[in-house]
Design a protein around this ligand. Structure first.
Ligand code: 13P
Ligand code: SF4
Length: 345
């Protein structure tokens, strides 16, 4: 069945020629990345989308990535093979909810300039909101630079939605004493006046894949594999990042294994599809999942089934555009400002 589907995808791609570019995030299934023109992390894919001159960008990734591709490109049509591929973390900071938190926090700090920074893993309306308040977007590979950019222009940062990336970035900048958490779901939580005393205010969002890694997974992998090295994504909890040897975006994780000496052992603390790709791509390195017991699999990324890829490509080859991701024009312009600020830092 797979060979039949591969043949269908290849035939549709041949028919479409230069009209289509296929982008694949590192967390996509093997059957998707094998057909991608570019495979990479969120930042690299947003750059590839910005530079693509094909009429169609077919995105192997999740909604916020396809939205960002639509925001960044001029005339291209962006297609997401499954409309169900939505990152749960992006849904944890809804623009309306952020709007009311912003009103409370800014009212509590009349003399301070707060700069909002949103992680790429957020929807276009939140990116637009950040731009409207003088802020920007960042990815896991440039969050520290986004913070530096913000502190050159303002006194405080509100970072959304990923509290772990925010906390890990604050540590990287030696600002860990400046952190306060804003929990929009907890009526007993800190109020605006309390969080406003800190310079870094973190929204209480998280990735349900990376949050499941624990420091004792690292202890156990090291115990079972003496000499093993550990690389993790900065969406992991602070104690996991602290215990790891290397921390970085999915492209940093790829480079770390690529640059390892043959025979070295690397345990990978990220989404399982990337760990599996690294095992295939680098058989000379011993690549292990950091947590072998539970499957650290992102159900949003997994929605991009290769059958859907075949379908959207075949439909395109027949002249029918399916699953087009189009950001509303009023949001698009402002969200582009937030993304451009990121691409410039
Ligand atoms: P990267 O930007 O490191 O590719 O990460 C994207 C993501 O969704 C991580 O969970
Ligand atoms: Fe979202 Fe986490 Fe999946 Fe990345 S791995 S797309 S942050 S749920």
């Amino acid at each position: 069945e797979e060979s039949e589907r591969t043949a269908r995808i290849e035939a549709a791609l041949e028919e479409l020629g230069d009209d289509v570019v296929v982008l694949g995030h590192n967390y996509q299934r093997r059957e998707i990345v094998e057909h991608a023109d570019f495979v990479g992390d969120s930042y690299q894919l947003s750059k590839e989308a910005a530079e693509a001159d094909a009429e169609y960008v077919v995105f192997g990734g999740v909604t916020f990535m396809a939205e960002s591709a639509d925001i960044i490109t001029d005339d291209q049509t962006v297609i997401l093979p499954s409309m169900e591929a939505s990152c749960p973390m992006a849904g944890m900071a809804e623009a309306l909810q952020v709007d009311s938190a912003w009103a409370e926090i800014t009212a509590a700090t009349p003399d301070a300039d707060i700069i909002p920074i949103t992680y790429m893993n957020s929807y276009a309306d939140l990116k637009a909101f950040c731009a409207s308040q003088g802020g920007l977007v960042c990815t896991s590979s440039n969050a520290h630079r986004a913070f530096e950019w913000a502190f050159e222009r303002g006194d405080k940062v509100l970072f959304l939605p990923d509290k772990h990336l925010g906390e890990n970035t604050a540590h990287r900048l030696e600002m860990e004493d400046e952190i306060a958490e804003w929990d929009p779901w907890d009526p007993e939580g800190k109020d605006a006046a309390e969080v406003a005393e800190s310079d870094i205010i973190l929204w209480d969002g998280y990735c349900q894949v990376h949050e499941r890694f624990r420091a004792d997974h690292i202890d156990r992998v090291r115990e079972a594999n003496p000499g093993a090295n550990v690389v993790v994504h900065p969406e992991c909890r602070r104690e996991v990042v602290e215990a790891a040897d290397v921390v970085g975006s999915t492209s940093t994780i790829c480079e770390t294994v690529e640059n390892a000496d043959p025979g070295e052992t690397w345990a990978i603390g990220t989404e399982i599809h990337l760990t599996n790709h690294l095992q295939r791509w680098h058989p000379e390195v011993e690549v292990l999942p950091l947590c072998g017991e539970a499957c650290m699999d992102c159900n949003a990324m997994r929605q991009i089934d290769p059958n859907y890829l075949a379908w959207v490509l075949e439909e395109l080859a027949e002249g029918r555009e399916r699953n087009v991701i189009e950001v509303a024009p009023e949001e698009k312009e402002l969200a582009a400002v937030a993304l451009d600020r990121m691409l410039e830092i």
